[in-house]
Ligand binder design. Sequence first.
Ligand code: AMP
Length: 283
Amino acid sequence: MKVIDTIKELKSLLGECRAAGKSIGLVPTMGALHAGHASLVERAVKENDVVVVSVFVNPTQFNDKNDLEKYPRTLEADCALLEKVGAAVAFAPSVQEMYPVEDTRQFSFAPLDTVMEGACRPGHFNGVAQIVSKLFYAVEPDRAYFGEKDFQQLAIIREMVRQLSLPLEIVGCPIVRESDGLAMSSRNTLLSADERERALTISSALFASVDFAKVNTLEATKAFVEDIINDTTGLELEYYKIVDGDTLQEIKEWSDSDYAVGCIALFCGNVRLIDNIKYKGGE
Ligand code: AMP
């Protein structure tokens, strides 16, 4: 595996691959890699001749400076994992390399980006679109892989690709969870032992709500999850919304959509976590 830190070198290597008729897969990440990331890379390796994994903590998508500073950075371990799962290239550029000048582009994916994470983290999806579009221009992949863990991000990337008419396929991959159910996240490493235990309430509430939903209204199901989180010391709910999986807009009744997804964001201590669960559709 090659570790590359400039776009020039990356383009030169990938140009040779393309000339040799090889397909290229891209997995964008912010590093501190875990089995969730590995599942995306493994899928990309199966479906492409050459897989590039970008490892870049993108400053423009952090609306909280403190969150950016404490974000875990583990490049050496990341490269070891990527080598093991068969990536051909780890692309780990500097901030200067990706942003030689300020990126003043303003994206709008309304109404996809005005709700949930978009409402709670102003500018977040604009930063995501800035970096992901730059990565798409640098790599020109045939396919790019994103996790359903960041459900809203996946919908917005699909919309960005449509808006920019980019010739690539976006592949969504299922959430990988710890054996006890907690959705894997680079931020989990920031949890204390106590917080880690409390965080388990998130996935257990979501799983329990799927059974609850079978015999209860959407409103009652939403309240079911909200009450469990609100009753857990140390968890502070930011939102729980049951939305249409395509439009990301809230639905009021189960009959309002064939694709219903519950999306949650909360603080566990100082660590912000997100998760989601499908109630119907989306297979
Ligand atoms: P991040 O490094 O957190 O920006 O994530 C990079 C990519 O990995 C994104 O497409 C995420 O949705 C995906 N990802 C992160 N955690 C998981 C997980 N537990 N399961 C599946 N995909 C994930």
